[in-house]
Design a protein around this ligand. Structure first.
Ligand SMILES: Cc1cc2nc3c(=O)[nH]c(=O)nc-3n(C[C@H](O)[C@H](O)[C@H](O)COP(=O)(O)OP(=O)(O)OC[C@H]3O[C@@H](n4cnc5c(N)ncnc54)[C@H](O)[C@@H]3O)c2cc1C
Ligand SMILES: *[C@@H]1O[C@H](CO)[C@@H](O)[C@H](O)[C@H]1NC(C)=O
Ligand SMILES: *[C@@H]1O[C@H](CO)[C@@H](O)[C@H](O)[C@H]1NC(C)=O
Ligand SMILES: *[C@@H]1O[C@H](CO)[C@@H](O)[C@H](O)[C@H]1NC(C)=O
Ligand SMILES: *[C@@H]1O[C@H](CO)[C@@H](O)[C@H](O)[C@H]1NC(C)=O
Ligand SMILES: *[C@@H]1O[C@H](CO)[C@@H](O)[C@H](O)[C@H]1NC(C)=O
Ligand SMILES: *[C@@H]1O[C@H](CO)[C@@H](O)[C@H](O)[C@H]1NC(C)=O
Ligand SMILES: *[C@@H]1O[C@H](CO)[C@@H](O)[C@H](O)[C@H]1NC(C)=O
Ligand SMILES: *[C@@H]1O[C@H](CO)[C@@H](O)[C@H](O)[C@H]1NC(C)=O
Ligand SMILES: *[C@@H]1O[C@H](CO)[C@@H](O)[C@H](O)[C@H]1NC(C)=O
Ligand SMILES: *[C@@H]1O[C@H](CO)[C@@H](O)[C@H](O)[C@H]1NC(C)=O
Ligand SMILES: *[C@@H]1O[C@H](CO)[C@@H](O)[C@H](O)[C@H]1NC(C)=O
Length: 599
């Protein structure tokens, strides 16, 4: 019935049938998968930089790679994000533990090891031309394509069953400092004459911080220094300890070099390819092209005044804790308006310690740039007065103040934490909160906080990102911003997460995921129905992902996607244009071939 329409659609996107399975990308199980000699030809065209991927923990399993010493090394580093990001198919939040490391020392026995959802081959590119070879090969052979830098992505965007991966990590053409930025093409629309850095390759923020900090400058980069710069972070928005003061990561981009699906490289800025410029400034990574270089703004560093606030309940007074959390949330807009931003976490029974050895409580570290200690104390006075009523009766409330001469000193001391990497056993959801949702109705806010706190056995944990407000609100006037416009009224983003143990049955896991998506995510949504979720820290199972992650920009981004990637070579889950595809899950798995059309 729909067959004519379907074949027309397939023809439009340039797809062919694979093994009568429907219009799918070829996988190693299909006859259309390229022969070894075809791959060898590709390898030669990239000067031997083609890697046949093996899982990082393969040394723990019987077979040609088995090696106990290597296995012990991998086991010890599994939760180290730098280790994972140096592995071609290492992930920080894998969607599937298809080859877990084995603790041989404690007598653990290996079970099974497969590549799972990871790409089959990787081009370890060092030159942009290597990327172009990969794009052409994937297109010509109808292979799923994955673009990767660190593999930090939480929504499985840097994985891909049966894929060829192009890896930008080792494209390293320098981090170049411009004391006073002059656009090479006289494109002065951004009006920026301050300093800037060109980030030409697969660098992580730590690399750029090194260059910025030695010049006493601030750049808007990851709270975690190991996040990649020009990929998913900036292209998906990018919040930072500095975003309240200077705007989101994507707001910093002055100019970019982008390799399009057809292998040509274009400049994207306010004058040239300005629609592409709009799209890569917040419309999501891995979607429109491969960014090989970006120019970002840099700012003179300022002295920083910081505060840490910790709250612990006395006994098990969870209610008092949640009342205090509600009071704090209510004050966030005021605190942000006074210049503060930062990160916090809280739980009524966390899966790990929140601070010291405490798994119950609230903690945050927030800071303001260029403000005095007196200003800071008066900004917090109303909140601390409110919290005083619980102190020593139902809660312990402790406040500490710090002062730093530079942003660098603050970042090193109180931010810049390398987070231990995650596990596949996690479900999380995020939501943006604006002034009204935090300040208008304390009763409904308190109810929402109760729902997301969950019951103690759920071991729910919250992350509070006080990274909006300030310049994030102001930058909404920029015509070249592809981020979800909801960011422009956001003061804070709340992430709610739950984890589960290995070997938990499927029904239980499903119940946890549904609890996060519908009950807890739903409670947050109900309070801010017009806002959205931060696409880089969001629920993989969000049924409303298009509107939640992109807001009203979705349609415009879709048309830009079609313009620059007419054959839909770039695909990632929950990326713009991905609704045209589905993953045909293998039996019992949450991954499988990528096929055109609805499932
Ligand atoms: C430990 C940890 C800490 C984090 N901290 C922060 C934080 O402080 N602030 C924040 O905003 N977010 C943070 N995030 C979320 C982070 O922004 C996302 O995970 C983001 O996708 C990472 O981008 P990446 O390029 O490093 O990762 P990757 O997984 O390599 O790539 C992510 C996506 O970008 C695409 N991509 C990568 N490189 C390119 C390129 N050159 N051109 C085009 N597309 C590309 C990939 O195809 C994929 O779709 C954190 C995540 C983790 C795991
Ligand atoms: C590609 O070539 C290099 C150098 O000859 C070789 O080491 C590597 O194993 C090859 N890769 C594949 C996938 O064959
Ligand atoms: C993490 O891994 C990196 C890369 O393998 C290594 O340099 C670093 O020392 C490791 N860190 C820790 C804490 O083990
Ligand atoms: C990728 O290439 C870089 C640069 O040549 C090299 O240092 C690195 O070891 C390679 N990685 C792998 C996994 O082959
Ligand atoms: C640059 O300045 C001009 C003139 O003041 C203004 O019209 C324009 O909106 C500014 N551009 C941006 C991107 O702020
Ligand atoms: C860094 O710059 C700020 C102002 O831009 C200045 O106050 C401070 O003294 C500088 N610090 C150092 C270490 O140079
Ligand atoms: C708090 O509750 C937990 C479990 O609900 C219990 O194990 C713990 O002993 C209680 N702590 C106090 C101080 O009452
Ligand atoms: C936490 O640490 C403190 C001090 O180090 C100790 O007194 C307390 O017993 C510890 N609590 C738990 C639950 O381990
Ligand atoms: C809470 O009470 C303790 C003990 O009286 C006190 O040391 C602390 O300063 C109080 N906290 C706040 C935020 O006032
Ligand atoms: C936030 O909302 C409160 C009341 O709900 C209002 O008093 C305040 O002015 C608002 N702040 C801003 C910046 O709009
Ligand atoms: C505040 O929210 C509560 C609970 O959702 C609701 O019953 C109440 O009517 C709201 N109050 C106002 C003033 O809107
Ligand atoms: C590559 O694609 C872009 C955007 O679709 C197009 O403008 C350009 O002409 C193409 N280049 C080549 C060489 O086909």
């Amino acid at each position: 019935m729909h067959s004519t329409l379907w074949s027309l659609l397939w023809a439009l996107v340039g797809l062919t049938y694979a093994d009568n399975e429907g219009p799918c990308r070829c996988t190693p199980r299909d006859a259309c998968w390229p022969s070894v000699s075809t791959w060898t030809t590709l390898n030669a065209s990239v000067s031997g930089k083609l890697i046949k991927n093996t899982p990082p923990a393969i040394s723990c399993y019987p077979g040609p790679y088995q090696n106990d010493a290597e296995c012990a090394y991998v086991y010890a580093r599994w939760y180290n994000s730098s280790f994972q990001s140096l592995e071609p198919v290492g992930y920080i939040y894998p969607t599937d533990d298809s080859c877990p490391p084995v603790d041989l020392n404690s007598g653990q026995k290996p079970k099974s090891c497969t590549l799972g959802p990871a790409p089959v081959y990787t081009i370890n590119a060092t030159e942009p031309e290597d990327l172009a070879m990969g794009l052409a090969f994937a297109k010509q052979n109808n292979i799923r394509l994955v673009v990767r830098n660190t593999g930090h992505d939480i929504l499985s965007k840097s994985a891909g069953y049966g894929a060829l991966q192009i890896w930008i990590k080792y494209i390293r053409k320098g981090i170049i400092y411009h004391e006073s930025y002059v656009p090479s093409d006289q494109c002065t629309h951004t009006n920026w004459t301050g300093s800037a850095f060109t980030i030409a390759g697969g660098y992580v923020w730590e690399d750029v911080y090194r260059e910025a900090f030695q010049r006493n400058l601030t750049v808007v980069g990851g709270g975690d220094p190991n996040v990649g710069c020009i990929g998913g972070y900036i292209q998906g928005g990018g919040h930072s300890p500095a975003s309240r003061d200077y705007g989101l990561g994507s707001d910093q981009v002055l100019d970019a070099q982008v390799m399009l699906a057809n292998g040509s490289t274009v400049t994207a800025n306010a004058c040239q390819n300005s629609d592409l410029y709009f799209a890569i400034r917040g419309g999501g990574g891995g979607t429109y092209g491969v960014v090989t270089s970006m120019v970002v703004k840099a700012y003179p560093s300022q002295p920083v005044v910081a505060q840490s606030l910790t709250i612990m309940p006395r006994g098990n007074n969870t209610n008092a804790l949640l009342e205090a959390v509600t009071d704090i949330y209510t004050q966030y807009p005021t605190i942000s308006d006074a210049g503060f931003s930062g990160y916090g976490t809280w739980s009524i029974n966390g899966p790990m310690a929140l601070f010291a050895n405490e798994t119950v409580g609230y903690v945050h570290a927030v800071a303001a740039m260029g403000k005095s200690r007196n200003h800071a104390e008066s900004a917090f006075a109303p909140l601390l007065r409110t919290l005083q009523k619980y102190n020593d009766t139902s809660l312990f409330v402790s406040v500490q103040w710090y002062q730093f001469p530079t942003y660098a000193a603050y970042y090193r001391a109180m931010s810049g934490v390398r987070q231990p990497v995650g596990t596949a056993n996690i479900a999380l959801s995020s939501r943006m909160f604006d002034n009204d949702s935090l300040t208008q109705n304390r009763t409904s806010l308190r109810q929402m906080i109760g729902v997301i706190a969950g019951a103690p056995p759920e071991r729910t944990i919250q992350t509070v990102e006080l990274v909006g407000g300030g310049k994030v609100l102001v930058d909404g006037q920029n015509p070249f911003s592809g981020v979800n416009p909801a960011w422009r009224s956001t003061y804070m983003v709340n992430i709610v997460g739950r984890v589960w143990g290995d070997g938990v049955d499927e029904a239980t896991v499903k119940a946890v995921k549904d609890d996060i998506t519908y009950r807890k995510g739903g409670a947050m949504r109900a309070l801010t129905p017009k806002l959205g979720s931060y696409m880089n820290e969001a629920d993989r199972n969000d049924p409303l992902w298009a509107i939640d992650f992109y807001g009203v920009n979705y349609q415009r981004l879709s048309s830009i996607k079609r313009e620059y990637d007419p054959d839909s070579l770039f695909y990632c889950p929950s990326c713009v244009g991905s609704e045209a595809w589905h993953q045909k899950y293998l039996p019992g798995k949450n991954y499988g071939p990528l096929c055109y059309g609805l499932s």
